[in-house]
Design a protein around this ligand. Structure first.
Ligand SMILES: [Zn+2]
Ligand SMILES: [Zn+2]
Length: 380
């Protein structure tokens, strides 16, 4: 609780020179370093297959070493600067703990690949990459200046990041299952041979169009069908928009939404390069549209979805109900009559009127299965 109080400290206690920035950075890097070291100790269980090449590269261990050194130095600086020593002490403690596990030279104690593994390293890379990309942008170009990094309910959203990163193997397997089943029934050899030969740029744009079209209707169904809305209301329960807010999504909704959007991409036979490029783009793009970014993009926003467009989807007011379902192309909402982008305005607040969704990952997981009370559909 004391550590949480320090992370969420009021602006006066966060100012530059107070030891807050160095303390937070030291702690974040310390925890990141510790988790990366642990994933080096048991790579078969706690690291994903995709990072194998990365882990084999000597630069990876140098990077882990640098992270731990930086964590230790920043935490020590915080201890010197800050009256409350909680941040610095925790930062130093986790870094020392990482050193006990062998630091950047940690060797694999659990060797061999297990059938079921968890993406501990994926979680760290995920948060460090998106966090270091978006936090500075949000500080400079904030839509809401007053919103701190550790805003209300940040722990919940970070936990969503953790769960979907840890479960990446299960999620990927289940996501591709329906598409693979369809392909087994209808191989579509001719179509696939034609599609794979299309230029990369064409394939990329067509994937964007097809996935957005499917996503639009699945998303709209999640709003309009009452029992589906119970699942989707978890995503809309976020009261602050930023780079972490998009991660909040019910586990079953992630499965349904991803597996449905994967179907056109996988069944029609687009090249692996085009599919991977799209997956990377959508990973960044979904973070971007939720981000606390006040950019206007007057021309861009007519063609592609921007933070302002998706923030209207999350608005609490009546005018935000069931609008802006698309995630790439606003013209889909325009065609299907759900387009809403008032000139120069942003929603006043975010969330669902009355905020019926409970706090906490587990309560939110169980929320759609509860019989009562029924959530109102407004504000989503
Ligand atoms: Zn959203
Ligand atoms: Zn929605």
């Amino acid at each position: 609780m004391k550590l949480r109080g320090e992370l969420e400290a009021p602006p006066a206690l966060r100012r530059f020179g107070s030891g807050w920035t160095s303390g937070v950075l030291g702690l974040v890097l310390g925890v990141a370093g510790l988790l990366l070291v642990i994933s080096l100790v048991a790579p078969g269980v706690l690291a994903i297959r995709e990072t194998q090449t990365l882990r084999d590269n000597p630069w990876y261990r140098i990077a882990v070493h640098f992270i731990l050194m930086a964590a230790f130095a920043l935490s020590t600086l915080s201890l010197v600067l800050r009256r409350d020593r909680m941040l610095g002490t925790c930062g130093v403690a986790v870094t020392l703990c990482a050193a006990l596990f062998g630091g950047s030279q940690a060797t694999a104690e659990v060797s061999g690949r297990m059938p079921l593994f968890f993406g501990v390293d994926f979680f760290v890379l995920n948060v460090l990459f998106t966090g270091f990309l978006f936090i500075p942008l949000e500080r400079i170009f904030a839509r809401r200046d007053e919103q701190p990094i550790f805003r209300e309910e940040w722990r919940e959203d970070l936990f969503y990041y953790l769960v979907s990163s840890l479960m990446v193997q299960v999620l990927t397997f289940l996501t591709f299952l329906p598409a693979k089943t369809i392909l087994a029934i209808a191989p579509l050899m001719g179509v696939r041979a034609w599609v794979v030969k299309l230029p990369f740029g064409v394939q990329f744009v067509v994937i964007m169009l097809l996935t957005d079209l499917v996503q639009y209707w699945v998303h709209r169904a999640f709003h309009r069908v009452p029992w589906l809305w119970k699942f989707h209301s978890v995503h809309h329960s976020a009261r602050s928009m930023d780079w972490m807010a998009g991660a909040r999504m019910h586990f079953l909704e992630i499965l349904v939404l991803r597996s449905m959007t994967v179907i056109p991409m996988f069944v029609l036979g687009f090249s692996t390069t085009a599919m991977n490029a799209y997956v990377f783009m959508v990973y960044l793009y979904s973070t971007f549209v939720h981000a606390n970014l006040g950019w206007r993009f007057p021309v861009f926003e007519k063609v592609l979805v921007t933070p302002r467009f998706h923030h209207w989807h999350h608005g609490i007011e009546q005018e935000s109900v069931d609008v802006n379902f698309s995630i790439h192309f606003p013209f889909l909402d325009w065609i299907f009559g759900t387009y809403h982008l008032p000139k120069d305005r942003w929603p006043s607040e975010y969330g669902i009127p009355g905020h019926p969704v409970p706090l906490g990952y587990l309560s939110q997981f169980k929320y759609p299965f509860r019989r009562k009370p029924k959530p109102p559909r407004g504000g989503a």
